[in-house]
Each structure stands twice: as C-alpha cells, then as structure tokens.
Design a protein. Structure first.
Length: 282
C-alpha cells in the first residue's frame, strides 16, 4: 500500500505498474478496489496505475475539518498528481464521486491533467433533475441526514447491496464479493460518516460549484452504461458545450458499475481510448 501526503491528508493508494501516471478515483458505495481488474491491464499497457482511497475512506485520513465539497475533492486530486508525477501531467479516470472529483481537478488545474476519463456521471452542468432522475437519485436526501451512517450499517450494510442492484439493474446476480471491499472499508470507524459527508456537502441549489463553471480544456472521454437507470446516455451529449477540446461519449454494456459488471468490454474500450490519445499526442 502506497501512502501519499496531499492537501493536508495522507492518502492510502493501491499501485501497479510503471510509466506515465493514470490516477483512478472511486465513488460510493465503493473503494479503491473497484479498479482491481483495470489496474493490471493498465500496468500491462505500460502505465503506472494508482488508485487512492478517497478522502475519509479508510485507510486514508479522515479530514478534521469535515470538508467534502466538490472543489476540495478536486484539489485532493491535483495534490496527488503533484506528488506522484511532478514532471508530467496525468491521465485521470473517475467513477461516480471520483468522476465529480476528476471534473473539478481538470477545471481547476488543467496543466496537471492531460486526459480526463469519467464513468457514470456527466459534467455537472449537464445534469437537470427530471422526475425520473429524482426518483433514481432518491438516495441523496437520506444520505445527507443525521443518522444516515447508522441506517446503512443495519443488516450487514444491506443498503449497499441494494444500491448496487438499483444502479446496475441488468446485472442479475451481483456476487457478494463485489461489495465486500466497500463494506470492509466503510466498517472502519468514521469512514462511513465521511462517505455520507460527500452527500451532506453537496448544495441543494441548482447553482454549480466554482470549478463546474470553468471549461474543461483537455481532451475528455465520458463512459456511459447503456442500462444505467440514473443518467440517460443523451445527457452526456448535452455536456459537449462544457468542453473546449475533444469530447467523446463511449456507450458500453452495463449500468452504473459498468466497469465491474462487464469488465472486459469496458477495459477493451478504455485501452482503445488510451491508444487513440497517445497516437494523437505523439
């Protein structure tokens, strides 16, 4: 396990391979182990794959100031890149809250990110809360409330399994092993409260965060699951105005957890995206 000091915290990171940095950011309810299958493929393709446990997720430090807002997450990412790859900008890949952090980092520090890849979350300015999306995202308000962590802990974290089933509805038999790493992480004292803090820090107004009002200046690729019940694929197309450089939408099988549900299909497309990018910058 690699330990990196960044933005006042110590981040625990999984690491595989050597070469140009690819930083892999997880979401909720998940952990850095969500990238286990991807990291080996990236290492084999000649990259240094590093997957941090996000702020507050054990064994990364729980911030004493309780800050979990979007721009702070972005500054975390920039700090990690500065420590891991001071001489060269990184490729940043983010899923769920990790995608939110990745958008913020790319906007706040464009000189530190050479390619932005996100999964399951379009650019924040493209998200409009329709009745359908409000129903699919009905977990947001309960996770903001006091006592949310205690509720999640009941029945051996059954809510985590329920969220995975809800967000990847075409995945008929989700193995218990898929959520085991997330549960182990969130069982640690304070970790689940930190994870809920991301939701509590999210403003209820439609006004985007400061970073979300900035354009994305580097090439970007958004992966969308064709069976994702939360965000329809056309929402990613609406985000094009947020990007000044190239922007590609890649639709792959699966729902919100597409990279776990259909790992080989996702990895094939991811490696193709990386090859295309490297060919363009040579």
């Amino acid at each position: 396990m690699l330990s990196i000091a960044a933005n006042g915290l110590t981040f625990a990171c999984l690491e595989q391979g050597s070469g140009p940095l690819v930083l892999l950011l997880h979401g909720f309810p998940d952990s850095a182990h969500t990238w286990d299958r991807v990291m080996g493929e990236l290492a084999g393709a000649g990259y240094r794959a590093v997957a941090p446990f996000m702020r507050g997720y054990h064994p990364t430090t729980i911030p004493s100031d309780g800050k979990y807002d979007t721009d702070t997450l972005g500054v975390d990412v920039l700090g990690l890149i500065e420590q891991l790859s001071p001489a060269r900008p990184a490729i940043v890949i983010g899923h769920d809250w990790g995608a939110t952090a990745a958008y913020a980092a790319a906007a706040l520090g464009p000189e530190r990110v050479r390619l932005l890849i996100t999964l399951a979350v379009p650019h924040p300015r493209a998200i409009k809360l329709t009745p359908r999306q409000a129903w699919s995202a009905r977990h947001f308000l309960p996770l903001r409330r006091a006592g949310a962590a205690a509720k999640i802990r009941t029945h051996d974290f059954a809510m985590i399994d329920e969220l995975w089933r809800r967000w990847s509805p075409a995945w008929r038999e989700i193995p218990a092993s898929e959520t085991a790493a997330a549960k182990a992480c969130l069982r640690e004292p304070g970790s689940l409260e930190a994870a809920c803090g991301y939701y509590a820090a999210m403003p209820l107004t439609a006004r985007p965060s400061p970073s979300a009002r900035l354009p994305i200046k580097m090439p970007a690729v958004a992966f969308a699951g064709e069976h994702d019940p939360v965000v329809r694929t056309r929402t990613y197309e609406k985000a094009r105005l947020c990007f000044e450089a190239s922007y590609e939408v890649v639709i792959v099988p699966g729902g919100h957890f597409m990279h776990r549900e259909h790992p080989q299909e996702f990895i094939t497309e991811l490696l193709r995206v990386l090859r295309d990018h490297e060919a363009r910058v040579r």
